[in-house]
Design a protein around this ligand. Structure first.
Ligand SMILES: [Fe+2]
Length: 235
């Protein structure tokens, strides 16, 4: 009996230590964030041809995106921003410098953009299509709104499909490198699809014809990625 009681007590103590250590690990690693990393492209520079040419992809990724990342890391050096996920930084971006806003935004927006794209045609999952039809009336109505957002963004910026705090999808556009996660934009939410409408994204192939670039975008969207983001945002 004595041995049984001892074992029972020891097991209980071990369980308490185990759960306590789990809590400490969880609390010190919110979201398992491991620092800001420049992402790898999941396809070759020429993989999106004929829609987006290899030269545009290479310059866009190695020069523009890399510069946003490098400038953000330099500005964040020695601050807590290095240990803070971008989503959390954006929630209070109004308290940060223009350098952090522009380059942190540019870093994040392009991460999302490359993930959005695919060289292999991917059909939209039925559940996401239904959600779009429910929130916009029809898929064509959504497409029209998104195209309008991309076309009417004056100067440089982005068009977005996002999820608001009530789980509803909406279309918006932001200037420069802002995005819907930032506390400085009018329509806030979690972006699930983004289109870069800066001239650097299309000028080599499409010159001033932004409309042509917006049209080809629909051929190279990775709807599985958009759907995964949508499901995560709804949780
Ligand atoms: Fe860009």
């Amino acid at each position: 009996m004595k041995l049984k009681g001892y074992l029972k007590k020891s097991f209980g103590t071990a369980m308490i230590i185990f759960f306590a250590s789990t809590l400490v690990i969880t609390a010190s690693n919110p979201g398992n964030f491991e620092g800001h990393k420049f992402p790898e492209l999941k396809y070759a520079y020429n993989a999106l041809e004929p829609y987006i040419d290899a030269q545009t992809m290479e310059i866009h990724y190695t020069k523009h995106h890399k510069a946003y990342y490098t400038n953000f890391m330099t500005a964040a050096e020695g601050t807590d921003l290095l240990k803070t996920p971008l989503e959390q930084i954006f929630a209070n971006i109004s308290k940060q410098s223009a350098t952090i806003r522009n380059n942190g935004g540019g870093f994040y927006n392009h991460n999302l953009f490359w993930e959005n794209l695919t060289p292999t045609k991917i059909e939209i999952p039925a559940s996401l299509k239904s959600a779009i039809e429910k929130d916009f009336g029809s898929f064509d109505a959504f497409k029209e709104l998104f195209t309008k957002a991309a076309m009417t963004r004056f100067g440089s910026g982005w068009a977005w499909l996002s999820v608001d705090k009530n789980g509803k999808l909406f279309v918006s556009s932001t200037a420069n490198q802002d995005n819907p996660l930032m506390d400085v934009v009018e329509e806030r939410g979690t972006p699930v699809l983004g289109l870069d409408v800066w001239e650097h994204a299309y000028y080599l192939k499409y010159q001033n014809k932004r409309a042509d670039y917006v049209t080809i975008f629909w051929n190279i969207i990775d709807w599985n990625v958009v759907n995964d983001r949508y499901k995560a945002a709804k949780k």
